[in-house]
Design a protein around this ligand. Sequence first.
Ligand code: GLU
Length: 482
Amino acid sequence: MSVRVRFAPSPTGFLHIGSLRTALYNYLFAKHHGGSCILRIEDTDRTRFVEGAIEEQVSSLAWAGVTFDEGPHTGGNHGPYTQSERFDLYREYGMQLVQNGTAYYAFDTADELGAMRTRQQNAGIAPKYDRSAMRNQFTLGELETARLLAENASHVIRLKVPLQQDIRFNDLIRGEVVVNGREIDDQILLKSDGFPTYHLANVVDDHLMEITHVIRAEEWLPSTPKHIILYQAFGWEPPKFAHVPLLLNPDRSKMSKRHGDVMVKDFATKGFFPEALVNFVALCGWNPGTDQEFFSMQDLIDSFSLERVNKAGAVFDYQKLNWMNGEYLKKRNVHDLARELHPVLAGKGYQYIDEEFVANVIELVRERVAFLADVADFADYLFSDNLSSLTPEAQEVLAKLPTLNTALETFKHGLGTSLDSPESFKGLAQAAADAACVKQGALMKPLRLVLTHREVGADLFSTIKLIGIDRCVQRIESFIAG
Ligand code: GLU
């Protein structure tokens, strides 16, 4: 049987970094086993619907390279893939359980349920539907139930949890999980408006879509015993389960906005490479069992296994992510990077932005920036002749060298004599320093300031080579002219 997994987001917001990891693990597992990764939209809770959320989630996933073999946008043989288009189905399946005695009608009002909760609270017991004290098909009897139904009295359908039974399943990450029936609530399956709850829709769909492995976040672990009971009630074989550990803040609390970005689109806007984010997120909670650190998507597909996903929560280390992004910036093809940077440079109105030139600039400065887009500001003096104004500190540095103009004249003159390599510029700087009676070291910062208006940058002589002789001569002349 071929592997079928699903990522089942609800349209309640934009794609969270934890959801990216869940989707990614599903994708990697499916591809590793030559199976299918399915997208299913779980939009049964209309009260939490956020317009545009699904489109955003799907495009964030696509940006990261996680795509689906079946789903609302791709099609497939197990559709529709959006739960709101399957409502009739859930009702039929819910009724099937009422008929076989594994689910039941309950007629309690909101007030009655509220009173029950208060009683339980006062008695210090965990909140749970009290089957024997409330108004349902067991306490009311067959006739009264039939009468209420005929009257169209408002009701829900609840799961009849087998109270005597231990519910067991083997989680592929956490091992055996056992929960006694007494600890499980008689979950509502169909609400009074006839809509299914997450639990019913989720189980019916996983079965009908022939899902073999449910890989989802740890927060769903408490729901799984209910799902196992549902599979038993339908007489269906349950899929295998794997609950992925939480992502944590550095203080080991559940990852939240307070500590930094949590939405995938925010990482994209900040300028993280999708490859770096995917590489990083894959390693949050999974380890390859080797000391390999850099993984392409194909490497991840080749090495991924659920056995190597940790049980414990994984700390999301923002610093490590920054570092990893920088490593990708150093490694990636400069021409690809130049093309990606082009819109940023064009947006700033820079003049010198042809691909070959930009690629050379990136090559020169990429060791010194964390993000590709930083290159635009870091090396603005290469892309444009409109130099940023000199800071007061810079002016002070320049004023401290009384023979600066002599040095600059010598340097400018030398530039006119067909010098071309960084080494030759270095020799020229020595000659200029000699003419100005200073050490070469003392001339370097002022020279850089005159040519770039910046105190720091990449190797000065390679920078001069990229700025080019003519533009350097102009800069020196306009500095001397004041
Ligand atoms: N709709 C649930 C969510 O938003 C899916 C849980 C599951 O994968 O079963 O996370």
